[in-house]
Ligand binder design. Structure first.
Ligand SMILES: Nc1nc2c(ncn2[C@@H]2O[C@H](COP(=O)(O)OP(=O)(O)OP(=O)(O)O)[C@@H](O)[C@H]2O)c(=O)[nH]1
Ligand SMILES: [Mg+2]
Length: 190
């Protein structure tokens, strides 16, 4: 079981880093904010460089023991095109989401560029491809994006940070797969 702990910071047993990548204005900051705080802001404030925030996530082992973990979320500027800088920011990330905007096909094409930079820096990261803004008219076919995600062995989700559609599920499932893959903790199925 994986669940967000929205109380005050607790002592934790494990900490892990998640990086959010993708073109400008695809909704990286919005997806992270929706997951962390449950809110949405319609105004666009581009992220400069990179920002990080922390949140508590509670896991349950197969024996039912609760394990408090700290998730460190790194939010990268979509305008940050210098691969060397991106690599610096993603260093140490065990998990990554590469977000595109389902209304803008170019942002989907660029996913592969972000993926290659990530892969060079963190070859073992558990990766999710995320098509965001599904509350709007979609211009990137789901099947095409899913096929790409399958080809690079990544997870795939379609979300809306605006309505909250699939956001909690996407992060929960990603974290679940990460721990399952590494078998550091035997988790209860969510
Ligand atoms: N309709 C809709 N708008 C969204 C959604 N997610 C984000 N937006 C809007 O899209 C714009 C960009 O969102 P951000 O979260 O700032 O995008 P970003 O990827 O962090 O952008 P950079 O920091 O510049 O890389 C903002 O105006 C958001 O309100 C969504 O799911 N649906
Ligand atoms: Mg941002």
């Amino acid at each position: 079981m994986v669940s967000v702990f929205r109380g005050p910071p607790e002592p934790y047993e494990l900490t892990f880093k998640l990086a959010a990548l993708g073109d400008a204005a695809v909704g990286k900051t919005s997806c992270l904010r929706r997951y962390r705080e449950g809110t949405f802001d319609a105004d666009y404030t581009p992220t400069l460089g990179a920002l990080f925030s922390k949140m508590m996530v509670e896991l349950a082992s197969t024996s039912g023991r609760k394990i408090m973990t700290q998730l460190v979320l790194w939010d990268l500027a979509g305008q940050e095109l210098k691969a060397s800088l991106v690599k610096k920011y993603v260093a140490g990330a065990r998990l990554a989401i590469i977000v595109y905007d389902v209304t803008r096909p170019q942002t989907f094409k660029d996913v592969d560029l972000w993926y290659n930079i990530l892969k060079e820096a963190e070859p073992d990261a558990t990766v999710a491809i995320v098509g965001n803004k599904v509350d709007l008219v979609k211009h990137v076919p789901t099947e095409e994006a899913k096929a790409y995600a399958d080809s690079i062995d990544a997870l795939f989700y379609e979300t809306s940070a605006k309505t909250g559609h699939n956001i909690e599920w996407m992060f929960t499932d990603l974290i679940y797969h990460f721990f399952k893959k590494h078998e550091e903790i035997k988790l209860l199925k969510h």
